[in-house]
Write a protein that binds this ligand. Structure first.
Ligand SMILES: Nc1ncnc2c1ncn2[C@@H]1O[C@H](COP(=O)(O)OP(=O)(O)OP(=O)(O)O)[C@@H](O)[C@H]1O
Length: 641
């Protein structure tokens, strides 16, 4: 057969044009595509050799890479199924995939160059043209007694002719482009780069991917003994890929050490992970996955730059590093991988978002992780607490996020510090320890547990033996407000609204006192106009003289948080401030006397009381100098008496 020159079909031309002038930044994937084709070809040979007569059974499968720097040639050779003449024309000379063809039709006249075609379809072989001026394919099929050479410089067409090749398989040679502008092609002729790309994209291809590499070996003297510090350089065929990925092994044969090593190598951590979750699902949807929870949160976990996601593989081939569709936001700290034979190798970002298989995998994994954490909490409390200290905030965020969609799933994973307990407790444990007469779950917000413990609002709760959840994280109150209740018990802030802890007769007494002291309370309110919304006699205090509480709705903690947020604050909603005075405290009696004497000092007392309450609440005093002056005035007067 003489050499034939054949023109590419229109669609192929368009596709090639796109490859040749590609502005696609990820040009390096060409190697992954060619290796993946080689691996498929070996698969095909192997399969056929099992079922068809005349095909030798082999065990020397190999994908070999060769670099000829001088002539700028990169060759990928496989001993797979090869191609007959017709196959060569059909498979490589035309775009076989109907999807691509359809797509190109719809794109007629549009700017193809800016389209992520590679991401949309498996353009595979043609991606070689992203890095080379000329591509040569030499191939021999076991079903043909002749070998063929296919050559193309892109653009117009290709030539096919008979050639000499003894062994079955395919050899693809790329003439690597010269560097130009800021495009570096030289690197594709460097051993280290090729090795790096194989490890990155094709590490778990089942067949050895080999390359001749230099290696230093100890120099030997005439008697065959090693000479110290002297080396010879030898060139040898080295396997670049690991081939059997850890997830392909039998789970029972993989040790925790191996799993930890895999984690550290793959996800660049120095410390062993806290735990791993191995999943193997077969059926309608088939996938395997290994998920890790790191021992420490990465420093940038909460920065915008942090990218969540799991590595995604289809069969042995790496697809992407951070598939974010597999990880709900609140689990952004997990690391690991998913491999599924059901996924397309060239799945694109856009397709990923709509991929129902991925959504299913994500949901399954989420449930698995939560179950595992529940087990950890139940059986290994200390480890769970370690987890909680690193990632607890994320779980709280998970409860709050999506309008509480996941609150039932996650609420039992949340730990709290409480006023009465030394250790963390769960909501379930809190509820189980509640005294019989307790009707609500109490919580207090402050910077620390000690601040809540010491707060005046605790008086009555302490005397009743009720425990109080300590909220110190910003997200806490938001989380509880979205949960609203736990096992039918409502959450109740000790700093907000009416606590309703006194019995009917005590209520009556206070009501009576309030009527009797109506004018006094009005006077104090008047004197604190613009600073408090109301002044009341307290039902929650037993030992302390005053406290400041907020009305129902916005709390002080939420107000503080809103203030820290960027933006215009003029119309910001404020928490309602209510000053509560303890009618049983001596100080109330003293104020009462001042009122009876019609003393001017009443205003100073009111102001000092209010500022004190602010301080206890961790809120800012508006005018510290004035506060201090008034204090001094009262102290001097008291000393003179
Ligand atoms: N090394 C090879 N040995 C044998 N056949 C090959 C080889 N490389 C490519 N082919 C043939 O050429 C066809 C086209 O390859 P191409 O990479 O463009 O697409 P694909 O492999 O079918 O799809 P994808 O790359 O998306 O998996 C293959 O289907 C295969 O039949």
């Amino acid at each position: 057969m003489s050499k034939k020159n054949i023109e590419f079909k229109t669609e192929s031309k368009r596709l090639l044009d796109l490859m040749i002038h590609s502005i696609y930044t990820n040009k390096e994937i060409f190697l992954r595509e060619l290796i993946s084709n080689a691996s498929d070809a070996i698969d095909k040979y192997h399969f056929k050799s099992l079922t068809e007569e005349g095909l030798e059974n082999r065990n020397d499968y190999e994908i070999h890479i060769d670099i000829d720097k001088k002539h700028r040639l990169l060759t990928i050779t496989d001993n797979g199924i090869g191609m007959t003449y017709d196959e060569l024309i059909d498979n490589i000379g035309t775009i076989a995939k109907s999807g691509t063809l359809e797509f190109l039709k719809t794109m007629k006249g549009k700017d193809l160059k800016n389209t992520d075609l590679i991401g949309q379809f498996g353009v595979g072989f043609y991606s070689a043209f992203m890095v080379s001026d000329k591509v040569e394919v030499v191939t021999k099929s076991p079903f043909s007694d002749k070998a063929y050479k296919w050559v193309s410089s892109g653009e117009e067409g290709y030539s096919v002719e008979e050639t000499q090749k003894d062994s079955i398989g395919t050899e693809i040679t790329l003439k690597i482009r010269k560097n130009h502008d800021d495009e570096n092609y030289d690197e594709f002729l460097e051993d280290y780069k090729i090795e790096q790309l194989v490890k990155k994209y094709s590490n778990y291809v089942r067949y050895p991917i080999t390359m001749e590499k230099e290696r230093e070996v100890p120099k030997l003297d005439d008697e065959g003994n090693e000479i110290e510090d002297k080396f010879d350089t030898i060139v040898e065929n080295q396997t670049l890929n690991e081939m059997t990925p850890i997830w392909e092994k039998n789970k029972s044969q993989v040790t925790d050490e191996e799993l930890n090593e895999f984690y550290k190598n793959q996800y660049y951590d120095y410390t062993d992970p806290l735990l791993n979750i191995w999943t193997n699902v077969e059926g309608k949807l088939t996938y395997k996955s290994i998920i890790y929870i790191p021992a420490k949160a990465p420093a940038n976990l909460y920065s915008e730059k942090y990218e969540k996601g799991l590595q995604l593989y289809a069969k042995g081939v790496f697809i992407m590093d951070k598939c974010k569709e597999l990880v709900p936001d609140y689990l952004r700290f997990i690391k690991g991988m998913v491999v599924s034979p059901d996924l397309n190798l060239n799945i694109s970002r856009e397709i990923l978002q709509k991929n129902t298989q991925l959504t299913k995998i994500q949901q399954n994994l989420e449930k698995k992780i939560v179950k595992r954490l529940e087990k950890l909490l139940e059986n290994e409390r200390e480890t769970y607490i370690k987890f909680w200290k690193e990632f607890g905030v994320n779980i709280k965020y998970g409860v709050y996020d999506n309008f509480g969609l996941n609150k039932d799933l996650l609420q039992d994973l949340v730990l709290f510090e409480t006023v009465n307990e030394d250790a963390y407790i769960t909501l379930n444990e809190y509820v189980e320890k509640m005294p019989k007469d307790q009707k609500e779950i109490y919580f207090g917000s402050a910077n620390s547990k000690s601040a809540i413990k010491a707060s005046p609002q605790m008086d009555r709760l302490k005397s009743k033996g009720y425990d109080v959840l300590v909220l110190t994280d910003e997200i806490d109150e938001f989380m509880l407000s979205i949960m609203n209740e736990y096992k039918k018990f409502k959450f109740k802030s000790i700093n907000q609204g009416d606590l309703d802890l006194v019995d009917e007769s005590e209520k009556e007494t206070i009501k009576k006192q309030e009527t009797e002291n109506k004018d006094l309370l009005e006077k104090i309110k008047e004197s604190l106009k613009g600073q408090v919304d109301d002044v009341k006699l307290s039902t929650r205090l037993t030992d302390s003289p005053v406290c400041l509480v907020s009305g129902e709705g916005m709390s002080f903690e939420m107000e503080k948080l809103m203030e820290q947020m960027p933006g215009d604050k003029t119309n910001q909603q404020k928490a309602q401030k209510i000053l509560e005075i303890n009618p049983k405290h001596e100080l109330f009696q003293a104020i009462h006397d001042l009122y009876d004497q019609n003393s001017e000092d009443l205003n100073d007392y009111a102001s000092v009381l209010y500022n004190q309450a602010l301080l206890i609440e961790g809120l800012k005093i508006e005018d510290p100098v004035e506060f201090s002056n008034k204090m001094v005035k009262i102290l001097v007067k008291a000393a003179k008496k």
